[in-house]
Design a protein around this ligand. Structure first.
Ligand code: WT7
Length: 648
């Protein structure tokens, strides 16, 4: 559906939300009048051991310091203070395992568990500033581990459980992790999946890792390295539930999250303490209109991504939310599993990704119609542009036509929501993220950095620092400056997204403008997949593009030239190469389609013309080929085009 069509239908906020929402239209004026005072007020929603003396230090851009001189403990803010305020019996997480086992964890229980884990980390010699890797399924111990690190000032580095041993090893190495917390595995698609073998492989190459702490989740046998490996139950459960949280500097590192960039080496995005917690807590409260006493909140994402960090863990807990946390996949054991969970726990706020919504659309509206979804009141979307068709389906078949949808644009780097409607304020335009959050300055500019008039297309930039911004790329300040703050000078953050402002000033996000693909809301670098492919002995050269895909947003399509022309280039080799990439990076990076070709289209300067490859992958008429060295290359490639993409 075109944006033009969608713009014809808008949705005013429901009346009771206008009357009762946590924030109303005045927040925009307040923030516009004094941006720093606005964020300062947001920071006061937290409990500080020591107040800051300067809200923002931006004297050395792009290196920002927020709430300078302030001190706080993140775990105390997320857990202890709620218990001290008398909410110890409130459920923090309704955890639901895929096989159907459940656990309700109250704030008081969470506090005990976090203190035990913190004491265990201290016993294992982990100190403030040390990096701790967490490679886990979606189980409560994952959250407990993150909070335990935050509590003692250790820097966690969560690696999504779907990543390979190689991906884990490079992250352990780059971050300099001293400890890994993992589990024997988790449940996915009705069966236990293993995690420990990848850890054994990766840690074998990471001499800096002293210990591996293993949570028992499944009944799988695991290999054991005496002296290095420890069962969580042995090392954590016997600890005291008393632990005094130390207040850390507002700029103390909180975590590193690796994300793909335009080179093969992932970037360790560094987030710090005070500004990050301020903005995740405030946005969670305002964007979702979170009411801690009555809402049941569900971010249906994995904790291994930034969405999970900010809105399953830190934002949700800082606001004393009762959250749902689900271990498994949406179709296990049946396609109504999510809706069964919404019905069972009375979920009121649901936050998920367009790719999942499109999958549900494919399965048909009869599935959600079989469940009582009347508890829902606010819906959220994140990870990629939500096409108006999916928006309208979500609105009608999940939200019963009554729930506002907040389409939240942000990034691993931004830490928290940056552009989003507010449910009690904004008249919604399906498909557009619409408005910069109060206190955020976003613009659409041309290639020279000039702000564009409304109704034109350009690049998205952020023109003022914000509290939850990344502080650097771990160990690589130069790359931090080059990647984000050099295109338009050190004061302007280049997001890497194309954007359009419509005639009403609504911002439409148009996808990445760099060599980064967005597959099911996951960021994958074309270069990373290419270097994996050329790492296979059969491949001489590879070019990878993201081709639009009806379900996953983009699908990975690779073009490869083989080393020896005689090599069997049939289905078997294609499968081998696809599996090779999945093993190298992780199943999310497995190409949807691989085409074996004789040549790749290159410009006279030798640059691969991805635009043309994308045209082919999307079965479009070819664009301009005049700068090609040899335009017959394209005909060659076209002949090789298989009829349909190979699917698993
Ligand atoms: C990239 C960031 C933010 C957590 C999940 C992804 C795309 C994200 C939206 C949205 C259009 C979106 C952008 C962005 N993106 N949200 N609501 N509308 N595009 O985090 O892996 O850091 O990816 O995801 O392209 O740059 P990430």
């Amino acid at each position: 559906m075109s944006t033009e069509q969608a713009e014809t239908r808008t949705f005013a906020p429901p009346e009771e939300l206008v009357a009762q929402a946590n924030v109303g239209p005045e927040v925009y004026d307040e923030a516009a009048a004094d941006r720093l005072a606005f964020w300062e007020k947001a920071a006061r929603r937290l409990d500080w051991a020591q107040e800051w003396d300067t809200v923002l230090d931006w004297n050395d851009p792009p290196f920002a310091k927020w709430f300078v001189g302030g001190k706080l403990n993140v775990a105390y803010n997320c857990v202890d203070r709620h218990v001290e305020a008398g909410h110890g019996e409130q459920v923090a997480y309704h955890w639901e395992g895929e096989p159907g086992d459940t656990r309700a964890i109250t704030y008081a229980e969470l506090k005990d568990e976090v203190c035990r884990a913190a004491n265990a980390l201290v016993e294992l010699g982990v100190q403030a500033g040390d990096r701790v890797a967490i490679y886990m399924p979606m189980i409560p111990e994952t959250v407990i581990s993150m909070l335990a690190c935050a509590r003692i000032g250790a820097v966690h580095m969560v690696v999504f459980g779907g990543f390979s041993a190689d991906a884990l090893a490079s992250r352990l190495d780059d971050s300099g992790a001293v400890l890994v917390i993992t589990s024997d595995g988790g449940y996915r698609r009705g069966a236990p999946s293993a995690l420990k073998p990848a850890v054994d492989d990766a840690v074998g190459r990471s001499p800096g890792v002293r210990n591996v702490v293993v949570v028992k989740r499944t009944e799988q046998d695991v290999e054991w390295t005496e002296g290095r490996d420890l069962w969580w139950d042995d090392v954590v459960e016997r600890q005291s539930t008393e632990h005094t949280p130390e207040a850390f500097d507002a700029e103390h590192p909180l975590y590193i999250m690796y994300t793909s960039g335009t080179t093969a080496k992932p970037k360790g995005i560094l987030h710090t303490t005070g500004g990050y917690l301020t903005q995740v807590a405030y946005t969670h409260w305002a964007t979702f209109d979170l009411k801690p006493d009555t809402d049941v909140y569900w971010t249906a994402a994995d904790v291994g991504w930034v969405t999970g960090h900010s809105y399953i863990v830190y934002g949700a807990l800082a606001n004393r939310a009762t959250s749902v946390m689900y271990e498994g996949t949406p179709e296990t054991p049946h396609r109504g599993r999510w809706w069964e969970i919404v019905q069972k726990y009375g979920v009121t706020i649901l936050y998920t990704a367009p790719t999942v919504i499109r999958t549900f659309m494919k399965w048909g509206e009869d599935v959600p119609a079989g469940f009582d979804l009347s508890s829902l009141r606010v819906l959220g979307s994140v990870g990629e542009p939500i096409n108006p068709e999916a928006w309208l389906w979500y609105h009608e078949h999940i939200g019963g036509g009554r729930c506002p949808i907040v389409d939240t644009w942000w990034q691993t780097e931004t830490g928290a929501h940056m552009i989003t409607p507010l449910p009690g304020v904004t008249t919604l335009v399906p498909g557009s993220a619409q408005t910069p959050f109060p206190g955020i300055s976003a613009k659409v500019v041309d290639d020279e950095g000039n702000e564009l008039a409304d109704d034109s297309t350009g690049l998205l930039v952020l023109t003022e620092p914000w509290p939850s911004m990344l502080r650097t790329i771990w160990g690589d300040d130069d790359r931090y400056v080059d990647t984000y703050w050099s295109r338009f000078g050190t004061n302007v953050y280049f997001a890497g997204d194309g954007a359009k402002k419509d005639a009403d000033g609504n911002i439409w996000l148009l996808g990445r403008v760099d060599d980064v693909m967005n597959v099911s809301g996951h960021r994958i670098s074309t270069t990373e997949v290419e270097s994996s492919l050329v790492g296979h002995p059969a491949v001489a050269e590879a070019a990878v593009v993201g081709a639009s895909d009806p379900t996953t947003g983009q699908g990975i399509v690779a073009f490869v030239i083989l080393r020896e022309s005689g090599t069997d280039s049939g289905d078997e080799l294609v499968q081998t190469l696809r599996n090779h990439v999945a093993r190298d990076i992780g199943p999310i990076a497995k190409p949807r389609q691989i085409m074996v070709v004789q040549e790749l289209p290159k410009t006279r300067s030798g640059k691969i013309m991805r635009r043309l490859l994308r045209d082919i992958a999307e079965n479009r008429e070819l664009g301009d080929v005049t700068t090609l060295t040899d335009s017959s290359v394209m005909n060659l490639i076209k002949e090789k085009l298989p009829a349909a993409p190979s699917e698993d």
